[in-house]
Design a protein around this ligand. Structure first.
Ligand code: F6R
Length: 249
C-alpha cells in the first residue's frame, strides 16, 4: 500500500521530494552507476523542477551522474514544437541544470508510423540497459491516468502507442491554440514499465485531484483507474497538498 505525505501546499511537498532526490543523487559517487529518474510533464511537477534548479544553482547539486527517462510524448510533435514534452522538459528543467544531453531520454514523437513498434521496444530496452528506474516521478490525470495510460490500460504493458482519452485532450487543451490541435495519440511508458521502477513518487495538488486520489488509494485495483495499480507497488509515496488529500478517509 502506498504511503501518503500531506503538506500545506505544493511548494512544501515539492521541496520535500526534492530533498529525497538530492540525497539519492549525493549517495552516489562520480564513478558509481548513474542514478536513473523517470520524469513527468504537466503542471504538477513545475514547483519540484524549480526546486531542483535551485538546488543546482545554490547548493551545488550536480546532475552529471543522472540519467532521465520521460514518461511520454505526443505523437506528431517534435522537439521544436512549443507544445512538445521535449520542449517542456528543456524549458522547465534540463536547460537550467548540468544533466548531460546524452543522458536525457524522451520518447520521440516524430517516430515514423512503421517504426513505432521497434521504437517502443528500444525505449524499454534503454531503460533496462541502465539498470531500471530508481525513482519514477508521476502526476495523476483527473481520470486516473498515469503517464498516458488511460482507463482500460493493461497492468503489464510496456512502452506503447496509445489513443488519448477525450477527458485528457480537454484537460490539456489549454496548452494549445485550439482544441483540434491537441494530438490524439501519444507514446507512453506502459503501466508495467512504471510499476517496475524501484521507487515511485506521485504528486497531486488541489481540490480537482481529491476524488481521483481517494479512488486511486482506496478504491478497487482496476484498469478502469490505472493509478490504482500503484496500490500493488512495494515502495510508492503520494505527495499531496491538503486540498488533494481532503477526501482521504
Ligand atoms: C505527463 C503525464 C500525465 C500527467 C497528468 C497530470 O507526463 O504523464 O500523466 O502527470 O496528466 O497532469 P497535470 O500535472 O497537468 O495535472
Amino acid at each position: 500500500m502506498p504511503t501518503t505525505q500531506v503538506y500545506p501546499d505544493p511548494i512544501a511537498a515539492s521541496n520535500s521530494l526534492a530533498v529525497e532526490v538530492a540525497a539519492l543523487i549525493r549517495s552516489r559517487g562520480p564513478n558509481d552507476r548513474p542514478i536513473v529518474f523517470g520524469l513527468a510533464t504537466g503542471t504538477t511537477p513545475l514547483p519540484f523542477y524549480a526546486e531542483l534548479e535551485r538546488l543546482y544553482r545554490d547548493e551545488n547539486l550536480s546532475f552529471k551522474n543522472v540519467i532521465t527517462f520521460n514518461l511520454d510524448e505526443y505523437l506528431g510533435l517534435g522537439p521544436q514544437d512549443p507544445q512538445s514534452y521535449w520542449h517542456f522538459m528543456h524549458e522547465s528543467l534540463f536547460d537550467h541544470i548540468d544533466v548531460p544531453s546524452a543522458h536525457i531520454n524522451i520518447p520521440n514523437g516524430m517516430t515514423a508510423p512503421d517504426d513505432l513498434e521497434r521504437y517502443c521496444r528500444s525505449y524499454e530496452q534503454a531503460i533496462q540497459e541502465v539498470g531500471g528506474i530508481d525513482l519514477q516521478i508521476l502526476g495523476i490525470g483527473s481520470n486516473g491516468h498515469i503517464g498516458f495510460n488511460e482507463p482500460g490500460a493493461a497492468r503489464d504493458a510496456h512502452t506503447l502507442v496509445v489513443d488519448l482519452a477525450e477527458k485528457t485532450r480537454t484537460d490539456n487543451a489549454a496548452f494549445f491554440d485550439a482544441d483540434e490541435e491537441v494530438p490524439t495519440r501519444a507514446i507512453t511508458m506502459g503501466c508495467g514499465t512504471i510499476l517496475s521502477a524501484k521507487r515511485i513518487a506521485l504528486m497531486a495538488w488541489g481540490e480537482r485531484k481529491a476524488a481521483i486520489v481517494r479512488e486511486a488509494l482506496h478504491g478497487p485495483v482496476t484498469n478502469d483507474l490505472p493509478a490504482s495499480f500503484l496500490q500493488e507497488h512495494p515502495d510508492t509515496t503520494f505527495y499531496l497538498d491538503t486540498a488533494a488529500a481532503s477526501l482521504l478517509p
